[in-house]
Design a protein around this ligand. Structure first.
Ligand code: SF4
Length: 241
């Protein structure tokens, strides 16, 4: 259990770990952290999807719990995810005010649990962009447009979206996606490891416009927003307001 790098004030709870989507930006961040655990768990070290049932009892003390944040829960056997949900329900009797984030790049996985999630579970997905073209070089996860449709289809009242690490996008399309999803919160941030991984990023001006427009209809939480972005070998500096 540790502070979540994804969500400020949150702690990750990892009764399941691992993912096979192989996003190119994951290796220097999430996966690098787990490389320190070689002695403790070789599956964590290799980011292979696997269970840690001994952690089921140990829900962290934070207000927001990022459930299985070191991986993508869609690789978790459903019967085990039911156990995770059951454990949350049990814990709610003593601590009813926590919020649990379940996040996946394959939101279709959540369909089977919709009737079982308690009131304090928020479902999230990542939409780094609305553009599918070239996405297969970024990740093996379902393409953004497919992910959006699957997430939209979930008949669930509490949703959030992570636009991180942000990649170049079409403003009006991405805004229309967000409006139709009706998220209670949207996280927006750039790739925090630009030296290790270069992504097709939007300009800061464009991202700030997106943030302002999102703020007209939902809560927006800024993540890593740099003051300078690399551009053809030069650094173009912008004032971030
Ligand atoms: S989906 Fe998440 S956990 Fe899986 S490789 Fe991508 S960033 Fe890492």
């Amino acid at each position: 259990m540790k502070q979540s790098r994804m969500y400020e004030g949150a702690k990750t709870w990892n009764p399941f770990v691992g993912c096979l989507f192989n996003c190119i930006y994951c290796k220097p961040s999430f996966q690098a952290q787990l490389k320190r655990l070689k002695q403790k768990c070789s599956n964590c070290y290799n980011y292979v999807p696997h269970l840690h049932p001994e952690r089921l009892k140990r829900i962290p003390s934070a207000k927001i719990i990022f459930v299985c944040g070191d991986g993508d829960i869609s690789f978790c056997p459903p019967e085990y995810t039911f156990k995770i949900i059951e454990r949350i329900r049990e814990h709610n009797r003593r601590c009813p005010h926590k919020i649990y984030y379940f996040q996946s790049k394959d939101p279709r996985y959540f369909e089977q649990f919709l009737d079982y999630f308690p009131y304090n579970v928020v479902l999230l997905t990542t939409l780094e962009t609305n553009r599918d073209q070239g996405y297969d070089k970024i990740s093996k996860a379902p393409k953004p447009s497919i992910r959006f449709k699957r997430f939209l289809r979930l008949n669930y009242p509490r949703k959030g979206v992570t636009i991180e690490p942000i990649m170049d996008f079409d403003l009006e399309i991405l805004l229309s996606w967000m409006r139709s999803i009706k998220p209670e919160i949207v996280y927006v941030g750039y790739n925090s490891r630009p030296k290790q991984v270069q992504l097709p990023e939007p300009s800061l001006r464009k991202t700030l416009k997106l943030i302002n427009r999102l703020g007209e209809f939902t809560a927006v939480q800024r993540k890593y927003i740099p003051r300078c972005l690399p551009f053809r070998g030069w650094r173009l500096c912008h004032i971030v307001k």
